[in-house]
Design a protein around this ligand. Structure first.
Ligand SMILES: [Mn+2]
Length: 429
């Protein structure tokens, strides 16, 4: 299966980079000309955290819809152009996929920031399954497809086709399943493979990879830009996933991507908080005024002690909350212990008690619900944080904040925590 492939250059074949640049140019022309043509496009969107899975999935799904299904589609990144720099692993994977000037070749939310209402109304959602409320086109937005691996919010059942929402290590694996009878550009295979490897810790046995991830990775490896390189020859005859793990290029690609991902030494607290960030609005049915509160969840690959001590969590966290209009912020750290290299996760929560979502808001009820709800959750398995339980400095110094910090089960990522938070906030009683 992993014999070197001889890529024949088909006449009129187009690289992935060409496809992206020309889609962007066409779409933006249609938007600027205001001829109504922008409405014919489908916006393929990943989630706002903008990780490699979201990036690869949106690019691949837009390619599939455009090239195979003949429905003009463009991948949209829900981030500012300059924020691309926050994820070195994304830049690396893009360059392996021949996208060497991503800031010019990709389409960012900031490219259409001046157009109100939003110029298109057809959306395909990948790597999430609820359309963000920031997209309000003139017409009723239409979600025409969903491919995702998060908890199903049971929306758009009558309009989305396909509507694939199944747990997996990586959303890119579901996208790959849709592509398995199609001749895909090797660069696209490389990009999807990179996403799967980073989401599954290099397909590590006992990790996040499940069958669909392993199958997808196997298929992509044989189609990728690496398939014809020498390193791909270091393989056994069988195409089982064990042999996939033994491939030199799979190992080195996984290591390269994860070391770039984990090297955030150049990032300060604000960048760490916004680099991998998602935001949610919740209507609180248990509060008489039924207010809407806004919560953010930042995933940070560095333990609190290294960047948030001495009041940095409180001051930098508060600044980020003010910037985003948040009432609640959860900071989810993930790191390996210095001694045994074991995966650990901390969870720091901040509530701004000087920022009521409505007049006479009952902050006591909110804090009690949040702390009790989190502590009672069987999956999170919270334990007291030995060093920073009630903040990284004297709580008295921050009377405008309520802070709680815990150690949690190392397997529970934001994918698990976000639904727990939603359930606590939206509980009826
Ligand atoms: Mn994902």
């Amino acid at each position: 299966m992993f014999e070197p492939q001889h890529h024949t250059i088909a006449l009129g074949s187009e690289t992935l980079a060409d496809f992206l640049s020309s889609s962007r140019e066409h779409y933006l022309n249609h938007v600027r000309n205001d001829s109504g043509k922008a409405k014919e496009w489908t916006i393929v969107m990943g989630n706002e955290a903008g990780d490699l899975d979201t990036l690869a999935s949106s690019i691949a799904f837009a390619w599939l819809r455009t090239k195979i299904l003949d429905q003009p589609s463009i991948p949209l990144l829900q981030m500012n152009r300059d924020d691309l720099e926050l994820r070195a692993e994304n830049l690396h994977a893009l360059s392996l996929a021949g996208i060497s000037r991503p800031k010019d070749q990709l389409f960012f939310i900031t490219d259409v920031i001046d157009f109100h209402p939003f110029p298109s109304h057809k959306f395909a959602l990948v790597d999430h399954n609820r359309l963000s409320s920031t997209f309000s086109p003139e017409e009723q937005p239409l979600v025409v497809a969903i491919v995702d691996h998060h908890v199903d919010e049971n929306l758009y059942g009558d309009t989305a086709e396909p509507r694939i929402i199944i747990p997996s290590g990586s959303c890119a694996s579901h996208i790959t399943t849709l592509l398995d009878t199609v001749e895909i550009p090797p660069e696209l295979a490389t990009l999807l493979l990179s996403a799967i490897l980073i989401d599954t810790d290099g397909l590590k046995p006992g990790g996040k990879a499940i069958d669909v991830d392993r199958k997808a990775a196997e298929f992509l490896a044989s189609k990728s830009t690496f398939a014809s390189s020498e390193s791909a020859l270091h393989t056994t005859e069988t195409a089982s996933s064990t042999s996939l793990l033994e491939l030199v290029f799979i190992k080195s690609l996984s290591e390269e991507l994860s070391s770039r991902k984990n090297d955030v030494s150049h990032l300060g607290p604000r960048d760490l908080l916004r680099r991998d960030y998602k935001q949610y609005d919740f209507v609180l049915p248990w509060h008489a005024a039924k207010p809407t509160i806004r919560a953010g969840l930042s995933t940070v690959p560095v333990k609190l002690e290294e960047w948030a001590a001495d009041g940095n969590l409180e001051t930098k966290g508060e600044a980020w909350m003010k910037e985003r209009g948040l009432h609640v912020l959860g900071v989810l750290t993930s790191y390996r212990s210095a001694t045994k290299g074991k995966r650990k996760r901390e969870m720091a929560w901040i509530i701004r008690v000087d920022f009521p979502p409505t007049e006479g808001f009952d902050f006591e009820a909110l804090t009690e619900r949040l702390w009790n709800g989190l502590q009672a959750d069987p999956v999170l398995q919270l334990k007291e944080h030995k060093k920073f339980a009630h903040g990284t400095l004297e709580p008295m110094l921050f009377p405008q904040l309520q802070v709680q910090i815990y150690m949690q089960d190392p397997h529970a990522t934001r994918k698990v925590i976000a639904p727990v938070l939603k359930a606590i906030m939206e509980a009826q009683m």
